[in-house]
Design a protein around this ligand. Structure first.
Ligand SMILES: *Cc1c(COP(=O)(O)O)cnc(C)c1O
Length: 356
């Protein structure tokens, strides 16, 4: 049976990305050696990193003066690297979910943290708006897509301070105005590569301004200077990321990724809104994530939740159980998810509706 992969992360990758990576694991560039057996300093590996960096810059239209880094540690490591490198006295955070809250917690170890707004009281079911950002903060940190709660901030906010963005789960799904940010980061395992590599886009001249000592490995300058090669980088996930970047470019770039994301999300949200059995969990329609689509059973059908999960699983749907903090269902629709998978899920929802 065909599987439809709605996993939240690690998650679906284009088939050719997996195939090309598998080939390189068996034989890298006809060298007779596996990608896993060669030095990261081997002359054939440097072009992999160089091309991945160049494609990042091209696809996201990154202005001059920024570096693209491939690091270890996950997005969670960036929760501490960001304040380590940028927070001198005070930073602002928009609290839109579990990940935002974790980022904020780390920052508190480095200086004063201003929570400009929060939707915690409403179980993060919307993105707060009309907040004010103090003019004297070093940056405003936002989580552009809240993977667990299914909300998304798709416009890079206009504020009078530099932005830092956790884009773990929506990178390459829309154009971004990188010039508003001093740092954009994310774990690769949602929309880019297998787990194990973290991407960081950092503005070079924003680094080196804090007065504290920064441990070498946690200092962005180390990795800017070293071209992500200060120590051994995660070579296999970087190779896979390059394959994904090539795939995105060949498909038509970020604008085409955005068109597909809109198509998938419009189809699925329309069905959630139409089908009597289900309701969406995000209250403001404009805040609804295109990447992680969350819904629950309508109150009068609450007892059918486990039945629908079984029904859909029997028909090939994978990974649609909602995160425990929201319940219900979450269909993650990342860049690589074909529209056919969304149609298959909608068919399940309609068939199930007919039975009840
Ligand atoms: C998954 C996720 C994280 C955590 O990523 P790790 O790489 O596992 O540390 C952080 N932020 C967001 C928005 C995520 O979706």
């Amino acid at each position: 049976m065909k599987k439809h992969n709605f996993n939240a992360g690690p998650s679906i990758l284009p088939r050719e990305v997996i195939e090309n990576t598998a080939k390189a694991i068996l034989d890298f560039n006809g060298s007779g050696l596996s990608l896993m057996e060669i030095s990261h300093r081997a002359k054939d590996f440097k072009p992999v990193v160089d091309e991945a960096v160049a494609l990042f810059k091209e696809l996201l239209n990154i202005p001059d003066g920024y570096s693209v880094l491939f690091l270890g540690g996950g997005a969670s490591m960036e929760f501490c690297m960001v304040p380590y490198n940028f927070l001198e006295k005070k930073a602002a955070y928009l609290n839109t979910g579990t990940w935002a809250k974790k980022a904020m917690k780390e920052a508190k170890g480095f200086g004063e943290v201003v929570e400009v707004a929060s939707s915690a009281d409403a179980n993060y079911s919307f993105i707060p708006k009309n907040y004010t950002v103090p003019a004297d903060v070093d940056y405003l940190h936002i989580t552009t897509n809240n993977t667990i709660f299914g909300t998304e901030l798709r416009t890079d906010p206009d504020v009078n301070v530099p932005l830092v963005g956790d884009m773990s789960s929506d990178i390459f799904s829309r154009p971004v105005d990188v010039s508003k940010y001093i740092c954009i980061y994310g774990g690769a395992q949602k929309n880019l590569a297998p787990a194990g590599v973290t991407f960081v886009i950092v503005k070079n001249d924003a680094v080196g301004k804090v007065s504290r000592y920064i441990p070498t490995m946690l200092n962005y300058q180390t990795h800017i200077d070293g071209g992500s090669m200060f120590n051994t980088p995660p070579v296999v996930p970087i190779y896979a990321a390059l394959q994904t970047l090539r795939w995105i470019k060949a498909q038509g770039g970020v604008t085409e990724m955005e068109r597909r994301a809109i198509e998938r999300a419009d189809m699925l949200y329309s069905e959630i809104d139409r089908n009597k059995l289900f309701v969406g969990t995000v209250t403001e329609k404009e805040d609804r994530s295109r990447m992680n689509i969350c819904f629950v059973m309508a109150p009068e059908y609450k007892e059918l939740e486990a039945d629908f999960l079984n029904f859909a699983t029997e028909r090939g749907m994978v990974g649609i159980k909602g995160h425990r903090s929201v319940g219900g269902f979450r269909a993650s629709c990342y860049n690589a998810l074909p529209v056919e998978s969304v149609k298959a899920l909608i068919d399940c929802m309609q068939e199930f509706e007919k039975l009840h």
